[in-house]
Design a protein around this ligand. Structure first.
Ligand code: GUN
Length: 297
């Protein structure tokens, strides 16, 4: 029987545990605060940001939201980041990506105070992760690591194939899973659009993580029996529904579940974990800045 890994339930447990860490901070007179910055009118980005704000409110994190017109000069975004860096009530800052073309996204990431970098995308934090002593683990890779743990899949000694090499998921996940640390010690292969024979790689994997943004790229024929499949993809595809679209992952769920021993659904798999780990990083950031020791789940 295949084990369906419901990230929603795991995320709820993490959120509940984070409640205890937030209480510790509040006993010391500190309310953790997360600033979300949106410079986009993309409906998916708007939805993601509003879900992040709601998550904060539910667990007792102060949510500060800044919206910037996507046609405004880039300096407006850089100035906003400077102000949030100086605001002592803001412990975490997240600028929803992608930003408009006229904005230098690398400058945006560098502008965020690295101790407030709730995404873990600042070059200093990327370096700490690569060097093996992460400060803020990027939210989706951290969520994947927690999901594997919840399904009792220890990456140690396993062949993990990651499909996708983005800075948000593929690359940081490879760095996390290869670390000499609990939840790491895997042999990691990172595949991408130029990989010569993708199916040959995925068929050799004990764990396949699909994070390439191509709807249903990975199907059951590319998997071996007993594999663990983590589907990071969230793709809107045209469908005859009220909204005119449906969400599918980067994995063809129906054929993949015939091969897998464990698999995440879309939606309800990795997505809720990403959001929970953002709250985790915000609480961690508050502890670092306020010099309060907080236990984290
Ligand atoms: N856009 C898509 N995923 C992410 C994410 O994890 N963080 C930010 N800031 N933007 C995103």
């Amino acid at each position: 029987m295949v084990d369906i890994i419901y990230g929603k339930a795991v995320a709820e447990r993490i959120r509940a545990d984070l409640g205890g860490s937030i209480d510790t901070l509040k006993e010391e007179g500190v309310t953790p605060g997360l600033a979300t910055v949106l410079m986009s009118d993309d409906p998916a980005s708007e939805t993601y940001v509003s879900m992040k704000q709601r998550d904060c409110e539910e667990v007792g994190i102060e949510s500060i939201h800044v919206e910037i017109d996507p046609d405004a000069p880039a300096s407006e975004l850089y100035d906003t980041i400077d102000e949030l860096n100086d605001d002592h009530e803001v412990h975490g800052i997240l600028v929803q990506m992608p930003v408009p073309e006229h904005v230098d996204s690398r400058r945006v990431l560098r502008a965020i105070d690295p101790t407030k970098d709730a995404d873990g995308f600042h070059p200093e934090n990327v370096g700490m992760l690569v060097a093996g002593h992460p400060r803020f683990k990027p939210c989706t890779p951290h969520g994947v690591q927690k999901l594997l743990d919840s399904a009792n899949v220890d990456p140690e000694g396993k062949d993990v194939v990651i499909v996708g090499r983005s800075n948000i998921v593929g690359k940081p996940l490879a760095n996390l899973l290869v670390q000499k640390a609990d939840g790491g010690n895997a042999t990691v292969t990172v595949c991408h659009s130029r990989t010569a024979d993708l199916a040959a790689k995925t068929r050799n994997a004990d764990v396949v993580v699909a994070a390439c943004g191509v709807p249903e790229l990975v199907d059951g024929s590319m998997l071996s029996d007993g594999v663990t499949v983590i589907d990071v993809g969230v793709n809107r595809v045209d469908a005859d529904t009220d909204k005119g679209y449906e969400l599918v992952g980067d994995v063809e769920f129906e054929s993949a579940k015939e091969k897998a021993s464990a698999i995440t659904p879309v939606p309800g798999g990795v997505g809720p974990m990403t959001r929970a780990m953002l709250l985790y990083n915000t609480v961690k950031a508050a502890g670092i800045q306020e010099e309060i020791e907080v236990e984290l789940p």
